[in-house]
Design a protein around this ligand. Structure first.
Ligand code: DC
Length: 223
């Protein structure tokens, strides 16, 4: 029997460029629940570190910053959220190449992960949600109702990113940046990128987003 006091949580983990964002958004809209992009929170921390020109290798400095950070996800149109830090909308500033790599570096720090853990779990109490990230099924929501791990081969992921960009980077540069981030995200000691033991693996190399969404929905509907 469904526990009516519990929200339904679906986790989508996977490496950069596997299509998690597009798939999670579409799933959330089809299932009528919210979509939470947890990478944006790590990016938000990176943005604050960058903005304050903080020496994040210094644990005391990082702790001070983390205890002063106040994030809020505010619902925007289309069911999408925007990230506010101390009241300022920072959504448009967190996707630069510098912030992208810095967020990966910072995500290896225990203090950063710990600071974001409670925030993510609080959101899950409010509403049914799709949580997209790297450690959703393994660490943040080990009891999630459904766990998926989305992957695709490196060439395909790089090509997808390349087609989304305006030609400011070559395909090779994008491939290298993705590989660097994959290595850093999956080799860190704490909460590394890896599938949960009970995650359903979805390889999207030869599937378009719609086909991935259908595959995930058919699994959810059957289980
Ligand atoms: O999903 P993204 O590319 O926006 O994530 C940016 C970085 O944040 C990613 O390189 C690793 C980190 N991250 C993480 O460690 N755990 C998550 N749940 C989400 C993101």
């Amino acid at each position: 029997m469904k526990n009516i006091n519990k929200t339904r949580i679906i986790t989508i983990d996977g490496p950069a460029g596997a299509g998690k964002t597009t798939v999670s958004r579409e799933l959330a809209s089809r299932l009528g629940c919210v979509y939470v992009d947890t990478g944006s929170l790590y990016r938000g921390v990176a943005y604050e570190v960058y903005r304050c020109n903080l020496n994040w290798h210094d644990d005391a400095e990082l702790d001070t910053l983390l205890s002063s950070i106040s994030f809020e996800l505010k619902l925007h149109h289309g069911g999408l959220y925007r990230l506010f830090s101390s009241g300022q909308d920072i959504t448009d500033y967190i996707r630069t190449p510098e912030i992208t790599m810095l967020s990966s570096d910072l995500s290896a720090k225990a203090a950063v992960r710990q600071a974001l853990l409670g925030f993510q779990r609080e959101i899950a109490k409010i509403s049914d949600a799709i949580f997209e990230g790297r450690d959703m099924g393994t660490v943040v929501f080990p009891d999630a109702d459904y766990k998926f791990f989305l992957s695709a081969d490196l060439n395909t992921r790089a090509l997808r990113r390349y087609s989304e960009m305006n030609g400011s980077k070559t395909l090779d540069e994008i491939k290298q940046a993705i590989e660097l981030r994959d290595n850093s995200d999956s080799s860190r000691e704490i909460a590394p990128l890896k599938p949960a033991e009970d995650a359903i693996m979805v390889d999207s190399t030869n599937l378009n987003h719609g086909e991935v969404v259908d595959k995930i929905l058919s699994y959810i509907n059957q289980n």
